[in-house]
Write a protein that binds this ligand. Structure first.
Ligand SMILES: *[C@@H]1O[C@H](CO)[C@@H](O)[C@H](O)[C@H]1NC(C)=O
Ligand SMILES: *[C@@H]1O[C@H](CO)[C@@H](O)[C@H](O)[C@H]1NC(C)=O
Ligand SMILES: [Zn+2]
Length: 302
């Protein structure tokens, strides 16, 4: 019963610690962030998942204020009582053939730039742009996390400002087998272990994904990109189909990805976690000061 209290206290403490530490950030460090943000390939600035340039600081990037004050941020804890996408979602998600698509280590994830597959999600026509991986999972399902999560990023066919992302959890299993896509990509991953490296991914079977997207129950909510600029207005669909990954394939992904998972956000419409933590800064500072005064007072009266 104290468990969740402890977790949220730990989360807030670490946020506060980073935020406090960042008050002494020099202007040049902030400028560096901006420069990297502008130079970032495909809107991917020089953010990290760790410490002062981690998620508590993402709102420092140019145009990324939503990361720190948005009220529909992702990822979240998916509850099995949440709204389910209407059946009738369709999509091609055809196997990747001999021509292939770039599979790139972007430094933040490994991503297949598989563009052009049509899909209809929630009655809106989209086109697949790319898919990439996170370890551990960003979303949770009834508070359970998974070793990995894959995100299929779609753009509106008629309105390119519309974004939809389908997430599938990936887990190890008793049989120690891999979904065919995971097995193929694990092999290819061994040639793109360093940021900036690209290999052409050919012959990637997507049968598990097709079923997991078009034939499965999907929880849907309005959220955001899980990396800066944390743009909102993203329609999320989190599948309840879990892809298999063998232990050895998982270890290949984990070795290359390290850790690339944003911390859990509050539910849609609720206060941003960074914003929430920041409101305690003055009181924390006062509390520290008053403790110091009490200690001083005690020392003098003793
Ligand atoms: C694929 O990657 C190569 C090497 O990084 C690059 O030169 C090429 O433009 C990329 N192709 C596409 C279609 O993005
Ligand atoms: C899982 O399978 C791999 C080969 O794919 C094997 O090397 C490994 O020992 C297996 N692990 C377990 C726990 O069965
Ligand atoms: Zn993602």
């Amino acid at each position: 019963m104290h468990f969740s209290t402890l977790i949220s206290f730990a989360t807030i403490s670490s946020l506060l610690y980073s935020a406090l530490a960042c008050e002494s950030c020099s202007g040049s460090a902030k400028n560096l962030h901006r420069r990297e943000a502008e130079g970032g390939e495909g809107g991917e600035p020089g953010f990290t998942y760790l410490g002062l340039t981690g998620p508590v600081d993402w709102n420092q990037f140019e145009g990324a204020q939503s990361c720190g004050d948005g009220k529909s941020q992702s990822p979240i804890n998916i509850e099995s009582t949440m709204k389910i996408s209407a059946y009738g979602d369709v999509g091609e998600y055809a196997d990747i053939g001999a021509t292939g698509f770039n599979f790139t280590n972007t430094g933040h994830t490994v991503e297949v730039f598989y563009k052009g597959q049509p899909a209809v999600l929630g009655g809106v026509e989209y086109e697949l742009q790319r898919f990439h991986f996170h370890t551990p999972s960003e979303h949770r399902l009834d508070n359970e996390w998974f070793p990995m999560e894959v995100h299929f990023v779609h753009q509106g066919r008629n309105d390119p400002s519309k974004l939809a992302v389908v997430g599938l959890f990936i887990d190890t299993n008793e049989e120690n087998t891999s979904d065919p896509m995971m097995a193929r990509l694990a092999t290819l991953l061994q040639s793109i272990e360093k940021p900036g490296e690209t290999v052409v991914a050919t012959h990637v079977p997507l049968s598990g994904v097709r079923t997991g997207i078009t034939g499965a129950k999907k929880f849907t909510y309005p959220g955001s990109l899980t990396t800066p600029p944390c743009t909102e207005g993203v329609s999320w669909y989190v599948s309840n189909t879990i892809l298999d990954v063998s232990i050895s394939d998982y270890k290949i992904f984990k070795r290359v990805l390290g850790y690339n998972s944003r911390n859990l956000q509050s539910g849609p419409g609720q206060q941003n976690v960074v914003d929430f933590a920041a409101q305690f800064l003055p009181s924390v500072a006062n509390r520290v000061a008053s403790k110091k005064q009490k200690r001083t007072a005690r020392r003098f009266s003793a």
